[in-house]
Write a protein that binds this ligand. Structure first.
Ligand SMILES: *Cc1c(COP(=O)(O)O)cnc(C)c1O
Length: 413
């Protein structure tokens, strides 16, 4: 038998991805990715790279020169920033309110940081005072935060943390992978020194590219590090005298020199992913960041109304929930995985499960990016309600969808 018979052309089923990410990519992004390649230093390609930098400045709401892509999933952006900024022995403070806070601690430890974590119960966030208290006590060089932690669906307020960090001479980073585009993020106004993201949540693309932005202070901190052994680099740039960055691929000093006018050879930019990232930004900016965030808020509200309308309980402190993901407490009458299985098999709708302390306790339903749409929300609510009734959790059928519809009617969408 030929390979073609064993392995037919890929043709995945059409799923509606309503979990915490990835979500369905906008077809425009998929079309951009199908474009033919150009050479790494073709002026057309370097032109696209410059455009991507300009587009993502508007997405991140920053004037930062160094706004670019790290090739890899969101974790690549996180790791590049941490490994480039953290010197062995540096103290870092991590406010942990979910799984991704633990990830920051774990990566920082690998960078040989002295990691200090403060923890909030899952479903809650920190006040600025709590974070300032910890900064006074620990005196960290960096504050590492997660803006939206999809594991708990909570959104940490960041607006006041930049001033606190300035007062105490702390560099301020946030992982905005889950929140960017669906919730307000003001890089410059909030005094952030570094932000990283990914395409597969509210940006409406596939995973595999991580937009990042770095402040001038962060650039300076990274430039002070040594980048390569003497003699290897043909760079015009002087290496700093601080300890060498322990990664070549994630050395943001070298990545900056590749994206900057020097165009020093580093990796080969992941061309098709750059096309995707570029189209994601074009789509977002066409709508406008404020409209995009408002759209996520509207569909998040409609989903919440529907969930409450079928008698289910949302998870966590609703004042601090992300617009784009909702935690839903699994009622005791049903098995969470049986519900997810029937939704996937009979409706081709995927919703999310949970990890750690919340495993088996909540589902997570996302309304983001291309799937932050009325039809997606109404279909998901209707299917979920039908499945719940089928499996023994009785509702007034139709009430959920009517409740969501009311939200839409009030907003005249
Ligand atoms: C989803 C998510 C990520 C994803 O990281 P990947 O490397 O793209 O899988 C990272 N951080 C947060 C806060 C997330 O919600």
């Amino acid at each position: 038998m030929s390979a073609n018979a064993h392995y037919p052309q890929i043709n995945p089923p059409h799923r509606l991805l309503m979990g915490p990410g990835p979500i369905n990519a906008d077809p425009r992004v998929l079309r951009a990715m199908a474009s033919q390649l150009v050479g790494q230093y073709d002026p057309v390609m370097t032109g696209y790279m410059n455009e991507v930098m300009a587009l993502y400045r508007d997405v991140f709401r920053t004037q930062n020169r160094w706004t670019m892509l790290v090739d890899g999933t969101s974790r690549a952006g996180i790791e590049a920033i941490l490994v480039s900024a953290i010197r062995p022995g540096d103290k870092v403070l991590v406010p942990v309110f979910g799984r991704f806070g633990h990830l920051l601690c774990e990566i920082a430890r690998r960078c040989r940081a002295e990691v200090h974590a403060i923890e909030a119960p899952w479903g809650e966030v920190f006040t600025p005072d709590q974070i300032e208290e910890a900064i006074k006590k620990v005196k960290p060089r960096l504050l590492l935060t997660v803006q939206g932690d999809t594991s708990t669906t909570m959104l940490q307020p960041l607006a006041e943390l930049g001033d606190i960090c300035r007062r105490h001479g702390v560099l301020f980073y946030t992982d905005a992978t889950a929140s960017l585009g669906g919730n307000e993020l003001q890089t410059d106004a909030w005094g952030l020194d570094a932000v990283s993201a990914g395409l597969q949540k509210c940006l409406g693309g596939p995973s595999g590219s991580s937009p990042v932005t770095l402040s001038a202070q962060m650039e300076e901190a990274i430039r002070r590090r040594k980048h390569v052994e003497e003699g290897i680099r043909t760079a015009a740039h002087e290496d700093g005298d601080e300890e060498m960055i322990y990664s070549n691929y994630f050395d943001l000093g070298m990545v900056m020199d590749y994206w900057g006018p020097e165009r020093l050879n580093h990796h080969t930019e992941a061309t098709s992913m750059l096309f995707a990232a570029r189209e994601c930004a074009r789509i977002m900016l066409e709508e406008g960041m404020d409209n995009l965030i408002a759209r996520h808020a509207l569909h998040g509200d409609a989903l919440l109304a529907g969930i409450q309308g079928m008698g289910l309980e949302p998870f966590g402190d609703l004042r601090h929930k992300m617009n784009n993901v909702l935690g839903v407490v699994i009622p005791s009458q049903v098995h969470g995985e049986a519900v997810r299985k029937l939704l996937l098999e009979d409706f081709h709708i995927e919703i999310g499960t949970s990890f750690g302390p919340l495993q088996g306790k909540i589902w997570r339903i996302g309304t983001m990016g291309y799937n932050a749409r009325k039809d997606c929300v109404l279909q998901t609510l209707t299917a979920l309600e039908a499945v719940l009734n089928r499996l023994g959790f009785k509702t007034t059928q139709g009430a959920a969808m009517q409740a969501a519809w009311d939200v839409y009617a009030r907003s005249a969408v």
